[in-house]
Design a protein around this ligand. Structure first.
Ligand SMILES: CCCCCCCCCCCCC/C=C/C(=O)SCCNC(=O)CCNC(=O)[C@H](O)C(C)(C)COP(=O)(O)OP(=O)(O)OC[C@H]1O[C@@H](n2cnc3c(N)ncnc32)[C@H](O)[C@@H]1OP(=O)(O)O
Length: 282
């Protein structure tokens, strides 16, 4: 179903770039000076996580891991949105096999990013609801541009974010703040996110966000990388163990939840809301 991955390496002069896949839904650029890889999501208009984007992100993370980069920065090519989360069209009147694959690949992406041993940071250059927040909170550091929103707004859609999906959020926020935010479907503004500790810094542009992420990764230059990696994984091992124990059941839960008539109705209404928003803009 998917084209084979084409990886073309440009010689190591200046930043080198390799396009990760034939479908070009992500690009990976490794800075030769710093050794840091920047993974950019490029699925206009909002990096909606459909099956193909998720497969691409996973493959790019694996490429970066195999390339032994010094760190990974994730960002977006879209000017206003880091990632709008799962492509809602994948969940509305879904093809069952594809829906199963979408959820499995979201799990795989989270697992690959959350569990990677190298330093990770998110340059959040736009809104990051739901699955966008999932990617950002799987990283170790977050820098966000002003006037955007980030959070887990699943309950607004009538769906429940499972434990593994919340675990990055819980690594960062106090439990009480996390519980309230999830039950209220709260999307934090950039300023609120900084105040609560959901993000680490604010940057005035994507470029500045990437620079700040690189500076964070640079702070590990004098730390033994093996000791660093093992320490990171020690902090994350329990969440990962729990995830692996529950991942198959989690797929079944997701399918059964999304297929419920009332959830389908809610997703349909949400899509209508997005369409109306577009009509009002015109
Ligand atoms: C104990 C039991 C356990 C059970 C466990 C069960 C498991 C079930 C768990 C389920 C958990 C799911 C986890 C993940 C969920 C998700 O990720 S759901 C997706 C949530 N995302 C959103 O709510 C974001 C919606 N979008 C927006 O809010 C805005 O679009 C934006 C991102 C803030 C950008 O705004 P703006 O720049 O103004 O652009 P728009 O005009 O709104 O949008 C541009 C076009 O993009 C389309 N679009 C936007 N978001 C999506 C999307 N997520 N999917 C698909 N398409 C999207 C939008 O409709 C516009 O399209 P056009 O009208 O065609 O231009």
């Amino acid at each position: 179903m998917f084209s084979p991955r084409v990886v073309s390496l440009v010689p190591r002069t200046g930043p080198r770039r390799f396009m990760s896949t034939a479908s070009k839904l992500t690009t990976v650029e490794v800075n030769d000076k710093t050794g840091i890889a920047t993974l950019t999501m490029c699925r206009p208009p909002v990096n909606g996580q459909n099956l193909e984007l998720l497969l691409d992100i996973k493959s790019s993370i694996k490429e970066i891991e195999n390339d032994s980069s010094r760190g990974l920065i994730i960002t977006s090519a879209s000017p206003k949105v880091f990632c709008a989360g799962l492509d809602i069209l994948e969940m509305h009147k879904p093809d069952q096999q594809r829906l199963r694959a979408v959820w499995t690949e979201l799990q795989n992406v989270w697992c690959a990013l959350y569990g990677i041993s190298m330093p990770t940071a998110a340059a959040i250059n736009g809104h990051a609801p739901a699955g966008g927040c999932l990617l950002a909170t799987a990283c170790e550091y977050r820098v966000m541009v002003p006037d955007c929103r980030i959070g887990l707004n699943e309950t607004q859609l009538g769906i429940i974010a499972p434990k593994w999906l919340v675990s990055g959020f819980l690594n960062i926020l106090p439990k009480r703040v996390a519980e309230r935010a999830l039950t209220q479907s709260r999307l934090f503004t950039t300023d609120e996110a900084l105040q609560e500790g959901l993000i680490d810094e604010i940057a005035n542009s994507k470029e500045e966000a990437v620079e700040k992420c690189a500076a964070f990764i640079g702070t590990f230059s004098k730390v033994n990388p093996v000791a660093r990696a093992l320490t990171k994984l020690q902090f994350r091992a329990e969440n990962l163990r729990q995830f692996h124990k529950e991942r198959e059941q989690d797929v079944e839960n997701f399918l059964s939840l999304v297929n419920r008539p009332e959830v389908q109705k809610g997703i349909g209404a949400y899509l209508e809301g997005l369409k109306k928003k577009k009509a009002n803009k015109q």
